[in-house]
Design a protein around this ligand. Sequence first.
Ligand code: NAD
Length: 373
Amino acid sequence: MINLLVLKENKDNEKRVALVPDEVKKYADLGLKVTIENNAGINSGFSNEDYKKQNAVISSSIKSSIKNSDIVLMVQKPDPKIINQMKNGAIILGLLSPKKNLHENKIYNKKKISAFALENIPRITRAQDKDILSSQSNLAGYKAVLDAAYEYSKSFPMMMTAAGTVTPAKVLVLGAGVAGLQAIATAKRLGAVVSAYDVRLASKEEVESLGAKFIVFDEEVLKKSQTEGGYAKEMSAEYKKKQEQALEKAIPENDIIICTALIPNKPAPRLITKKIIEKMKSESVIVDLAVESGGNAELSEVDKVINHKNIKIIGYSNYPSRIPGDASTLFSKNVFNFIKILIDNETKKLNLNLEDEIISKTLVSHQGKLMNL
Ligand code: NAD
């Protein structure tokens, strides 16, 4: 029988858990025994009792559970001490950030651990049900708008009351990928007047289908700004100048700016300078989801809400963890769909088919070799 262990997260700002009680039965049906570290789900609203009701075992000795597990599952990467306690040749899955965590990579390699960095699951159609980046970004986009509404001193919808009319908030979403599109949809549902900007022209149709206005000032350039993988390219200095001028006009016309613009493996594009912030209306709110990659807004700081001349700039890190219940549920579903392809249907044994790109592109370390770094 394959032993799967779910660890409690070790970072203060990580409230998610990698497996929610409702998903436990699916593993049992696949022939796995599920063990949960004591209180692993508590910060996302799932108690030990909830897991026990689904026939999961709560570990009574975490050290021996780690040692006896074939698969160790976490949202983020574990401490090196834990990796060192793992069985040689076992499997670990999580958002391992392998480009940053070189020391951990060495331990996986030394112990011949098969380490899967789940953020590297290729974004191909067949992998959509395993796409953790999408499921988590979607919730981040939603929560960012709620945070903006919380900090904003006025209302989002227009209200016509006997006392007078309240005007609707104007929301501009920068970056219309997965998080941005959900931010647009959420702001629309709250009654705001919404517009969006992206350097990928492909996103124009998606933005407009949500009933928002797409800001475009150089359509010809945007036709070539998307990589084959569907991501944004870094723009030329000339384009960036035009972009700054256009945003300098558009941003101060809005009350709320939701920043979600990212370029893979590069610092986040700087879209809101201090000069632009100082032109914004008093009480405006910026949420910078890109803060951990350097930020789209000049003054945003990680895990802080800055008040600059009456403009609030929110820079919370790890946005999906701010909505841990649903983020954990979707994370669990993605992970189960991934683990399923590591197990042979008939023999119910682990079988890592390296010819499957979903498997081979996600591996960081396997049988004493480091890969995809
Ligand atoms: P992301 O998080 O890398 O970036 C967010 C957005 O920022 C992107 O839309 C990007 O174009 C935009 N951006 C970059 N530079 C900008 C700038 N200077 N100004 C304004 N916007 C800027 O992207 P994502 O949300 O992960 O999605 C990227 C792409 O992947 C999209 O095309 C999406 O549809 C696609 N995708 C495909 C699949 C799949 O096929 N399975 C799944 C998810 C996403």
